[in-house]
Design a protein around this ligand. Structure first.
Ligand code: FAD
Length: 379
């Protein structure tokens, strides 16, 4: 067993951290306040090869392992969890193609993302179906030589800018999960109607919207897998993407810890740095323990993918533990900063707002516990 990153991984992490410090941290607060989409930073990250980490080398990607991907995700989220959400949504929307696409589909729907800068969206959630994703109502009907999509999606990241969508729908709602199917829909296809940009608590620079699909026609060859295989594809996608989302929580938590340590050594009360007070030391010790435990779970969940082993249970441990810890750590960071922590002049209030979303998207912390309990009880 080896817990060390390789020399190449350390170099990649250093490069990602340089990008985070030089390009993300300086704009994060302003973009958060204004709700600016991080287009320029997204393009720069693409040029450096820090996005679309899931694309295999044979389709023009860097051929990163899942471990490489979580390492990059952690480092970019350190700079800004919100901006990283926009980056990460690309991978979420490309993973189903990597997992279930034919060679032709990968050539057509993955490769272009390595040739020019493009944005993608993953459309599973609907206004009435979030956690109960198997109950989605968007219909995918056979139109002869094409599929016809009708329905409404909600909370779709990157939707306002997407060049390509992966849309989940059902060929027959009475079949529940056995009817779910996934199709690739090019951006700009007639019948795609974008909703308003949601005004959110955190991750305010990321673009989140509802979308309606009204008689949207896509060629038959755009379906991933066979009709009815979409549920399996979505579940496999989550096994890959949950370690990535967990890595974002880890990055945010590490940032909150680092900011707290720095502040605790500067701020004086009762004649000494607050770091000299034992209550503050215990808070920092708890934060640090949780960061390290999150890191071990995140990297184990990713390592299992790289080893070709099933990671469903550990991926849910990583997602639930890292996101719940990030929430606790960022809340404690605000506490440690006192009144200044509550002000937008310091970064920790944004970290606390951003942390909350990671407990919600890609399966809430409650849903992760359902997955874990199911996995444990069936042993
Ligand atoms: C900013 C943002 C970005 C997002 N991006 C995307 C995206 O790009 N693509 C996409 O498809 N979706 C996206 N989502 C949707 C996200 O994945 C869902 O919001 C999430 O899965 C929860 O669904 P819901 O909001 O409908 O909550 P609900 O499912 O209605 O849940 C409400 C509450 O009930 C709890 N709950 C529900 N069922 C159970 C149960 N069986 N047992 C115990 N507790 C339960 C939940 O944990 C939660 O606390 C995004 C959401 C947000 C907020």
């Amino acid at each position: 067993m080896n817990f060390e990153l390789s020399i190449e991984q350390k170099e990649m992490k250093d490069m990602a951290m340089k990008f985070s410090r030089n390009e993300l941290i300086p704009v994060a607060q302003k973009y958060d306040e204004e709700g600016t989409f991080p287009m320029e930073e997204f393009k720069k990250a693409w040029e450096l090869g820090l996005v679309n980490t899931c694309i295999p080398a044979e389709y023009g990607g860097a051929g990163f392992s899942e471990t490489d991907a979580v390492m990059i995700g952690e480092t970019l989220a350190y700079g800004c969890m919100g901006i990283n959400t926009s980056f990460m949504a690309n991978d979420l929307a490309l993973l189903p193609i990597k997992i279930a696409g034919t060679h032709e589909q990968k050539e057509k729907f993955l490769k272009p993302f390595t040739e020019e800068f493009k944005i993608a969206s993953f459309c599973l959630t609907e206004p009435g179906n979030g956690s109960d994703a198997a109950g989605i109502k968007t219909s995918i009907k056979d139109g002869g030589d094409h599929w016809i999509i009708n329905g409404e999606k909600m909370w779709i990241t990157n939707a306002g800018y997407a060049d390509q969508f992966v849309v989940y729908g059902t060929i027959d709602p009475t079949l529940k999960h056995k009817g779910i199917s996934a199709v690739v829909v090019p951006g700009g296809t007639e019948g795609i109607i974008l909703g308003k940009k949601e005004d959110k608590m955190g991750h305010r620079s990321s673009d989140t919207r509802g979308i309606r699909f009204e008689n949207v026609k896509v060629p038959k060859e755009n379906m991933l897998g066979a009709p009815g295989e979409g549920w399996l594809i979505a579940m496999k996608t989550l096994d890959y993407s949950r370690p990535l989302v967990a890595s974002a929580a880890l990055g945010g938590a590490q940032r909150a810890l680092d900011e707290s340590v720095k502040y605790a050594k500067e701020r004086k009360q009762f004649g000494v740095e607050i770091a000299k007070h034992q209550a503050i030391q215990f808070m920092i010790a708890d934060m640090s323990m949780k960061v390290e435990a999150s890191r071990l779970l995140v990297y184990k969940a990713a390592w299992l993918v790289d080893e070709g082993q099933r990671n469903t249970e550990i991926a849910s441990y990583a997602k639930a533990f890292a996101s719940d810890s990030c929430m606790q750590i960022t809340t404690d960071a605000v506490q440690l900063f006192g009144g200044y922590g509550y002000s937008k002049e310091y970064p920790v209030e944004k970290l606390m707002r951003d942390a909350k979303l990671i407990q919600i998207y890609e399966g809430t912390s409650q849903i992760q516990r359902l997955v874990i309990a199911r996995e444990v009880l069936k042993k």
